[in-house]
Design a protein around this ligand. Structure first.
Ligand code: ADE
Length: 326
């Protein structure tokens, strides 16, 4: 990092104001000084990650994010590191959080909620087809871009910041369980895909109702209601929306609606157009490996050193063999 101007620089990025802050990370807006483009940079503290033994998990999650390239998912651009920090450079999304719309408008009209829900399912299903599960879909992770399209942030990075995870499960002391599937709370093992769909169902409900389907100040009462899927739909929900939400917020993950079934659902299909995008993903994991090594340069020169020693040994044995023959 350097500070040639009065702004901090990380590589070619000039850091700006903080967009959000969690337990392990800060997200900052930054400018690519070569292109003038904005990015969002997630800044992680290496010490904290080492202390919490999260190195392998974070490497795995960052690698996973590199596999995911979809128009409705925030794109990971690159990963960098200094001695003390890790910088995850992300596509910048400038429309704010989707749920700010609810704060301002109380709730969304059914057609608008459906559009965001279709985009959410498209992105979630794309990730599931690559064995990537979010496990913590919630409003803070849903952003809106300049074209009014949804962008999910932290897909594949769900093990990072905010959530205080050490065992892959959500800890209720660190976050709200309002969006979490009953089988996840149960802690008896769960399938990532069906659990993510439950969270999508809660999100759809909130978009259309303007409030949560399960909301209790007492945690035990909240869990009981989630386990029994004890909720009611407001009068303004259409019969089609009601039927679909009942199929998603089914406490039994084995009989809960799947994404494939969702695409056949009449309410879901209305006005649906699948996104067009280039599916090709080129992956280079060099930066991910370099992130936790002290210095990339040292790693390279060490490899170079090993090669030189090997060549020298080879040369020496060659000379010795020649001498013996003489
Ligand atoms: N907040 C968190 N991630 C963000 C992103 N990629 N763009 C804008 N704001 C964000």
């Amino acid at each position: 990092m350097n500070a040639t101007s009065n702004r901090l620089r990380v590589g070619k990025y000039e850091l700006g104001k903080t967009l959000g802050e969690g337990t392990f990370a800060k997200v900052k807006i930054a400018k690519n000084v070569e292109t003038g483009e904005n990015v969002a940079i997630k800044v992680l503290d290496k010490d904290k990650i080492l202390k919490h033994k999260m190195v392998e998990q974070i490497k795995r999650e960052i690698s996973t994010m590199k596999l995911v390239k979809h128009p409705y998912i925030v794109q990971l651009l690159e990963v960098m590191a200094s001695k003390t920090r890790i910088y995850i450079v992300l596509e910048y999304v400038n429309g704010g959080e989707l749920f700010d719309k609810i704060v301002h408008q109380t709730r969304l009209k059914e057609d608008e909620a459906r559009k965001y829900f279709q985009q959410l399912i498209d992105a979630v299903d794309y990730c599931h087809s690559r064995n990537v599960y979010h496990r913590d879909l919630k409003p803070e992770n849903l952003l809106v871009d300049a074209n009014g399209n949804l962008k999910i942030s932290d897909f594949g990075l769900s093990a990072l910041p905010q959530q205080c995870r050490a065992d892959g499960l959500l800890h209720t002391t660190c976050g709200t369980p309002n969006y979490v599937a009953p089988e996840v709370i149960n802690d008896k093992g769960y399938h990532g895909a069906t659990a993510d769909l439950w969270s999508c169902g809660v999100i759809l409900y909130v978009l259309m109702a303007g409030y949560l389907p399960f909301d209790e100040s007492n945690l035990m009462t909240l869990y009981r209601k989630i386990h029994k899927a004890e909720f009611t739909c407001p009068s303004w929900f259409s019969p089609g929306a009601r039927r679909l939400i009942m199929k998603i917020l089914n406490p039994n993950p084995k009989t809960r609606i799947t994404a494939a079934q969702m695409y056949k659902n009449e309410w879901f299909r209305k006005g649906y157009t699948p996104p067009k995008f280039d599916e090709e993903v080129r992956i280079n994991l060099d930066d991910v490996d370099a992130v936790f090594s002290e210095s990339t340069v040292r790693t390279k020169s060490f490899a170079w050193h090993v090669r030189c020693v090997r060549m020298l040994k080879h040369e020496i044995s060659f000379v010795r063999a020649g001498l013996r023959r003489q």
